[in-house]
Design a protein around this ligand. Structure first.
Ligand code: ZN
Length: 351
């Protein structure tokens, strides 16, 4: 059998076995194609599975992160309070002990802040010195002045605190943080309208952000200052550092932040009497009152640390009986103003 080849070519004989070989080759090619398709499909499926796994993992990580945040928020301030109470306490002189509870609430702590504060093993005083309060000890000739201060508001308890203060015709000082909801805005305005002093307590109340650098601090300061001015028309002149001026959670020397406030004509106030409502220990109403009363009469000027926080209802319960006790002791309760002697844990040393 002969087949005619293309023009100019010789006639090529084709046997049966060659035909079979051709068929086999075609079959093999088909088989190879099928395998190729199968491999490509497998790779595609595998990549889809990997993508799916990655998305799943990403979602899981996000979920865990928010879970960690929630846990950090609900953590009692045990470590942080312990840290500051043991390491930050300005040297207590006879009769001049300075309470230095870290005052934090539900808004503040993120895990990083806590970790940072715990990592701060050595006191970092820089060029600031501890104020021992020795020139503020009470004597019989002067009426004692007591300044009630509430940190961390506005909160769900602000209105209750304001109602109690109104009932007793007492003016206090609120060191507030930045909150943008309508109820909070109304609370800033009510604090001012009812004659209390509006002070700043940072916008974020996040140590890791606030105390990261002078720029960060100043930016946070401008944010809370300008916001309060916009909402209330008050050009705030008083500031309380989250954790106090003697805190050890700040990586930076606090003196630069103190200088920054000084340059703006802003006075910072710490406290020399603490109700104890910042600690992890759940004080009863009576204990909160005792905590204040045992120290408040030591000083000519007492600045009392309390908190305006949704998670501190005991402070609200203690307020009316505390006011009554203070009034019975003959002390005068006042809001912080330009005449108030500043109570400051640390002051900048002479250069
Ligand atoms: Zn605070």
């Amino acid at each position: 059998m002969f087949q005619v080849g293309e023009a100019g070519r010789e006639k090529v004989p084709m046997s049966m076995s060659e035909g079979n070989m051709l068929q086999q080759q075609m079959k093999r090619r088909k088989r190879v194609n099928r395998i190729k398709k199968a491999v490509i499909s497998l790779v595609a499926i595998w990549m889809s599975v990997l993508t799916f796994l990655c998305v799943g993992l990403y979602m899981k990580v996000n979920e865990l992160e928010s879970h960690i945040d929630e846990i950090a928020k609900s953590l009692p301030q045990a470590e942080q309070v312990q840290n500051t109470e043991t390491k930050n306490q300005p040297k207590a002189e006879e009769g001049g002990s300075v309470k230095n509870d870290v005052e934090d609430t539900e808004e503040q702590p993120d895990a990083k802040d806590e970790a940072k504060s715990i990592a701060q093993a050595e006191p970092q005083v820089g060029n600031v010195t501890v104020n021992d309060q020795s020139d503020n000890l009470a004597d019989a000739t002067e009426t004692q002045k007591v300044y009630l201060t509430f940190d961390d508001g506005p909160s769900e308890n602000t209105a209750k605190i304001l109602d109690i203060l109104k009932k007793y015709n007492i003016k206090a000082t609120f060191f507030v943080i930045g909150k943008t909801d309508e109820v909070s805005k109304a609370m800033y305005q009510r604090i001012v309208a009812e004659g209390h002093t509006l002070g700043m307590h940072s916008w974020s109340h996040k140590y890791s952000v606030l105390y990261d650098s002078l720029d960060a601090f100043e930016q946070d300061y401008e944010q809370i200052h300008d916001y309060l001015y916009e909402i209330t028309g008050v050009d705030c002149k008083y500031y309380r550092f989250p954790g106090g001026s003697s805190n050890r959670v700040s990586n930076c020397d606090m003196s630069q932040f103190i200088n920054c406030l000084n340059e703006k004509g802003v006075t910072y106030f710490d406290w020399n009497v603490s109700s104890g409502d910042a600690t992890s220990q759940a004080y009863t109403v009576d204990e909160l009152i005792q905590n204040v009363m045992k120290d408040v009469l030591k000083y000519k000027t007492s600045v009392v640390l309390m908190h305006d926080s949704t998670v501190k209802p005991t402070t609200v319960e203690a307020l009316a009986p505390l006011i009554e006790k203070l009034q019975a002791s003959g002390a005068t309760i006042l809001p912080i103003d330009g005449n108030t002697t500043p109570v400051q844990h640390v002051v900048i040393s002479a250069q």
